[in-house]
Design a protein around this ligand. Structure first.
Ligand code: V47
Ligand code: SF4
Length: 372
């Protein structure tokens, strides 16, 4: 690392060694990570994170032009934090889109220069691998150049199991149909005890990691997430980041890391208070420091809100996702500030320039499309 404005003598002795390592680009281990995450002053975490983001990405802040398609909110699983899923199709508020309805959603963007479709939904018992292969083929048929980022590891585990194919076979079939990459959802918290408390019945941590590793080996990159700010403790956060860092060492297949703040509206964990902005900043800044082999750290603005997103650009974040155009429900239903998430390119550019950064329109794999 080149420069940092930290006066190291002001820091507790036990933390100084860790700071020296970070400044010298030497990886910190789990024990050091835990100490640093829990004990380092916020200003120190923030300053180091900002130096690292500037070393990796300069003054750039990336965004893309994308839409979400959510095939259904019916889900066989029962994650306690989920405000979105519905068990049975007959209930009001449930939706199940046909392939043609989903293709029509994309057709509505015929004359708009979106570059990505983010395709994720509940785990519907009847929408299986072959249904989605047909959907992806149709999407690529009408818009061959669009990047299809589709299906969390949770959806993939279920569709492969139902179709009786291995993850490798299932992913290869989806890739052949035109799927380009995987989003980062479903990771939640890898620690087994916490995972069993909040989402016991969906794919476990080892499977999540195995599916992403398999995708990377097939040449499909992916994203990674953490769901933070509920019942997890710092040790679980460090463990989660460590498992992702290990897989990234192995494959290099992750594009970006996306911390997702737990929102407490309308779910079975609504009694848990949401954490405040100080905890958000601590988590993002620490992630930037610990995940030394991830090139990008994303703040997903529909979930965390525009103001916090702007603040996080000084604490390690270099990506804010996309324009979205009000095509996702998952966070608004859990009480996020953004009830109808849509930003025009002008809005995004203004948000980024408002804190003195340089907006870079990118494609999904971080090729620059335009500097604004
Ligand atoms: O896995 C669900 C989270 C995720 C809540 O890869 C909640 O580019 C907070 O992963 N409070 C799905 N979070 C969304 C996701 C995602 C979003 C945007 C971009 C990308 C990407 C991935 O949403 C779930 C879960 O962790 N989630 N409910 C809630 N109440
Ligand atoms: Fe289903 Fe995903 Fe909600 Fe869990 S988070 S209940 S897997 S839609």
């Amino acid at each position: 690392m080149t420069t940092t404005s930290i006066n190291i003598e002001q820091v507790d002795l036990e933390l100084q060694e860790i700071v020296q390592k970070v400044i010298s680009n030497i990886r910190i281990n789990k024990a050091e990570g835990l100490l640093f995450y829990t004990k380092a002053p916020l200003t120190l975490l923030g300053s180091l994170a900002n130096s690292i983001r500037e070393q990796k990405n300069g003054n750039k802040v990336f965004f893309n032009k994308n839409i979400h398609i959510e095939p259904t909110n019916i889900c066989v699983f029962d994650c306690k934090f989920c405000a979105y899923s519905i068990k049975v199709s007959k209930k009001k508020d449930a939706w199940e889109l046909s392939i043609d309805e989903m293709v029509d959603k994309l057709k509505a963007y015929e004359n708009k220069d979106i570059t990505e479709v983010h395709l994720v939904g509940g785990v519907h018992p009847k929408m299986g691998l072959h249904y989605f292969i047909e959907l992806i083929k149709k999407i690529k048929n009408i818009r061959p150049s669009i990047h299809v980022k589709a299906f969390t590891a949770v959806e993939l585990e279920y569709m492969c199991r139902k179709a009786k194919v291995s993850y490798k076979e299932g992913l290869q079939m989806l890739k052949d149909a035109g799927q380009d990459s995987l989003p980062g959802g479903g990771a939640e918290i890898f620690d087994t005890e916490i995972r069993n408390e909040i989402c016991a019945d969906k794919c476990n941590s080892e499977t999540w990691l195995e599916i992403h590793e398999t995708a990377h080996n097939l040449g499909m990159p992916s994203n990674a997430t953490i769901l933070y700010g509920h019942i997890e403790k710092p040790i679980h956060i460090v463990d989660h980041l460590d498992r992702l860092r290990n897989l990234q060492d192995k494959t290099g297949g992750f594009n970006t890391f996306i911390p997702l703040k737990y929102r407490n509206g309308n779910n079975q964990m609504s009694h848990i208070n949401e954490v405040g902005i100080i905890e958000d900043i601590r988590l993002y800044a620490f992630s930037r420091i610990y995940m030394d082999n991830f090139n990008h750290l994303k703040a997903y603005w529909p979930m965390i809100g525009r103001n916090t997103t702007q603040s996080l650009l000084a604490f390690g974040v270099d990506d804010i996702d996309g324009t979205i155009d009000d095509t996702t429900k998952i966070y608004s239903m859990a009480g996020a500030e953004e009830q109808n998430p849509a930003m025009s390119t002008e809005d995004i550019v203004k948000l980024i320039k408002g804190v003195g950064r340089t907006p870079i329109e990118r494609d999904t794999v971080y090729n620059t499309i335009k500097e604004h």
